[in-house]
Design a protein around this ligand. Structure first.
Ligand code: ATP
Ligand code: MG
Length: 272
């Protein structure tokens, strides 16, 4: 297991907002974390990154990365680890980039922070930009001169250049329009296939989860109420809450009472 979470609890004061008994992420695996707004998905991400204290939350339990316990690491060691082993992308990529600096400055700065020379960082950044199908000269632009989809690709390129093993993607496509969304999802699929990256994909969109994830965990009020292979959980949910979430997604939703389970066949019958 690359990432193994056991008995994780995240609290604000005495109020627990996340209570996860077990959640794992294997090598080159894409696991979806789904659930309604406020169910604790983002705080789970922050806890994994060792950043929950920055919003005033306290964390207990175990989070292991390749066997190393993260919850007891020093802030210094955690900083070292973020980016290099665990990278994260968020809903609004713009927040990862300062509006007053060219995006390349942020990317090169992060690479240099993790020990690359100026020349190495420049080469790695250009290579990663090409891997996410962007011209490297976009690095010379300011964030406002890139589209949301381009910025999200730059954020992914940075994770690639740092050779992160685990990518935490918190609603990475919710702010993007549908075609750009599909491109970014395809990119994530490629990272897994070509780089063996493991991805924890947080999304309230079960259609996205169905398309991309090997396994899915469904969160409600801070707890995982159901988890398993994505196909199984989404086609035959065991928990009422999962079924409710699915019912809101007509394309993959369970049939309403009295409705056929399958879509009607095309007029010219099933292809054979
Ligand atoms: N800074 C904070 N102080 C107090 N409570 C907070 C704080 N941040 C989050 N919470 C609470 O923690 C719970 C989990 O929030 P979290 O942001 O993890 O939800 P989420 O599943 O990511 O939701 P969304 O889908 O809207 O992003 C919510 O009940 C929220 O109100
Ligand atoms: Mg969130």
């Amino acid at each position: 297991m690359r990432l193994a979470i056991n008995g994780l609890e995240v609290r604000f004061g005495r109020r627990p907002v996340v209570q996860i008994d077990e959640l794992t992420l294997g090598q080159a695996e894409i696991v979806g974390l789904a659930g309604e707004s406020g169910s604790g998905k983002s705080l789970t991400t922050l806890a994994i990154l060792g950043l929950a204290h920055t919003v005033g939350a306290t964390v207990s339990g175990s989070i292991r990365l390749d066997g190393t316990e993260l919850t007891t690491l020093s802030q210094r060691d955690l900083r070292e680890l973020r980016g290099r082993q665990i990278a994260a992308i968020f809903q609004s990529p713009a927040t990862a980039f300062s509006p007053v600096f060219k995006v390349g400055r942020v990317v090169l700065g992060a690479l240099r922070l993790h020990g690359m020379s100026k020349a190495e960082a420049a080469a790695a950044a250009a290579r990663a930009m090409r891997q996410v199908l962007l011209p490297p000269d976009l690095l010379d632009r300011y964030p406002a001169q890139l589209s949301g989809g381009q910025l999200q690709r730059v954020a992914i390129a940075l994770a690639l250049a740092l050779r992160a093993e685990v990518l935490l993607a918190d609603e990475p496509t919710s702010a993007l329009d549908v075609t750009v969304q599909a491109e970014v999802l395809e990119l994530l699929r490629g990272l897994r296939e070509r780089e063996g990256m493991s991805v924890l994909l947080i999304s309230h969109d079960l259609a996205v989860v169905a398309e991309l994830c090997d396994r899915v965990a469904v969160m409600q009020a801070g707890r995982i109420v159901e988890q398993g292979p994505a196909g199984q959980v989404l086609s035959a949910p065991q928990h009422e809450y999962t079924a409710e979430l699915l019912a809101a997604v007509p394309r993959i939703g369970a049939p309403a009472p009295g409705q056929p389970a399958q879509e009607a066949p095309a007029p010219d019958g099933p292809a054979g």
